[in-house]
Write a protein that binds this ligand. Structure first.
Ligand code: ADP
Ligand code: MG
Ligand code: MG
Ligand code: MG
Length: 417
């Protein structure tokens, strides 16, 4: 392959990647006979499925701009480098959670990876009213393990610092989050869109809510300055691929070192939007109610599994520089260490509630929306669901320090209207 970056196409992919051992081994046969389809449905990148005699792989290549917007919005190819480094760390920290990386080419900004099959995107599954057995458990384990094992609770200090430095280079993707998530929704920014005129009044109220905007900026400060662990950075229902009984995580190009509660908070914000959108997708009332209960049980399970796994790792893998055993267990003060763990989990909970609320705002007011809400054809129904989510998001952000546990979040979701 020539050393200059060039976007792949279905026509050129076989000739350009046909010489790579890692690819030919997985795909098999003659590269000229490979069946190549571009299937990217995301906002940013090219994604190809490559099929041959032996099997298939995914080839994901960054473009020098934002796919959703076009070349008027340049975005560095280096995001493929961060995605690659995040994938291999996630695989180490929670084995089996992400697609296996088969090949990485930094110049071409491309990753060849395991094709998840017959997996589909979680949001597609839930919009069809289909459950995923074990979803909360898998996501609770993933968020807890990546949080704990990517932090100063576990890593050697030099490794952690080197990693923070490496991911500090992911400036432009962090900037997208800093702008599109934490800033734009709260003023009349150019890229915003919302259901108008139905939501205009509520949107004006939110943007006049000074206390809300202060709280959101506190959360943004946590995002920019608290490099506690490597976050996935974009953990929404489009970054999870599922079958009836398995979930895997994809697309960590937004990875950065940030707060412990960021990924699980974004995820729970997405669950809550799905919960409130569901009546528009499942016509049968009883079936819909049953499905909504399932979503709430997934929220509960994600957090309870996170807590239990974080505590387990605290007891068994606390080898980093924080809360050293020399100060606690070694002196017979194990109870003090447990107390510290509970305090930290309390802090993570308060953060995740805030991030969840903000995620709900930006998906309704900002540039990137979620299909659960966006595809509701009847505009009145859509606006009603969105308005419920906006108010719930505001409640969560403003009450994140008062809510006593996930039960209180779930109760708020149930009574929101
Ligand atoms: P983007 O960064 O542009 O959002 P994604 O990584 O989310 O790109 O991939 C876009 C789509 O490609 C996914 O929604 C999914 O349908 C498909 N895809 C991506 N990675 C895989 C994979 N490893 N296996 C199967 N399908 C995948
Ligand atoms: Mg994606
Ligand atoms: Mg995307
Ligand atoms: Mg992406």
């Amino acid at each position: 392959m020539s050393n200059e970056y060039k976007p792949l196409s279905p026509e050129t992919l076989g000739a350009r990647l046909g010489g790579l051992e890692a690819v030919t081994r997985a795909v098999g046969g003659n590269p000229e006979a490979w069946k190549v389809r571009e299937v990217g449905d995301g906002n940013l990148n090219l994604v190809f499925i490559v099929e041959g005699e032996a099997g298939s792989v995914i080839v994901k290549q960054a473009l020098p701009y934002v796919r959703l917007v076009g070349d008027s919005w340049p975005l560095p190819l280096k995001r493929a480098f961060f995605e690659y480094h995040a994938l291999i760390r996630q695989e180490a920290r929670d084995p089996g959670s992400v697609p296996e990386v088969l090949h990485f080419d930094e110049t071409q900004a491309l990753i060849v990876m395991e094709r998840l099959q017959p997996h589909i995107i979680l949001r597609q599954q839930t919009m069809e009213g289909r459950k995923v057995a074990g979803l909360g458990r898998t996501l609770g384990l993933f968020t807890a393990r990546t949080a704990f094992r990517g932090s100063d609770l576990s890593m050697a200090a030099a490794d952690k610092k080197a990693d923070v430095a490496l991911f500090a280079g992911n400036v432009e993707l962090c900037d997208i989050t800093e702008s599109l998530v934490f800033t734009d929704p709260y003023y009349d920014a150019k890229l915003n869109r919302h259901t108008t005129p139905e939501l205009d009044g509520l949107v004006a109220d939110l943007r006049r809510d000074e206390a809300l905007k202060i709280e959101v900026q506190h959360m943004k400060r946590a995002f920019t300055s608290r490099g506690e662990t490597m976050c996935h950075g974009d953990l929404h229902a489009g970054s999870i691929m599922v079958t009836e009984d398995e979930a895997r995580i994809i697309d960590p190009e937004f990875a950065f070192y940030g707060p412990f509660g960021f990924d699980i908070g974004m995820l729970i914000g997405n669950y809550l939007m799905a919960y409130h959108a569901m009546p528009a997708h499942i016509a049968d009332k009883a079936a819909c109610a049953d499905f909504q209960e399932w979503i709430l049980s997934v929220i509960e399970e994600t957090w309870s599994v996170f807590r239990a796994e974080f505590l387990r790792l605290w007891r068994t893998e606390r080898t980093g520089i924080l809360y050293p055993k020399a100060l606690y267990e070694d002196q017979g003060h194990g109870f003090a260490a447990e107390g510290a763990a509970e305090q930290l989990l309390g802090e993570i909970f308060r953060d995740l509630v805030g991030f969840a609320g903000i995620e709900m705002h930006r998906r309704i007011l900002g540039l990137a929306h979620v299909a659960e809400l966006d595809t509701i054809a009847d505009v009145k129904t859509k606006a009603r669901c969105e308005s419920t989510c906006l108010k719930l998001g505001q409640f969560l952000v403003m009450n994140r320090n008062r809510l006593t546990g996930m039960d209180a979040v779930i109760a708020a979701a149930r009574s929101a209207e």
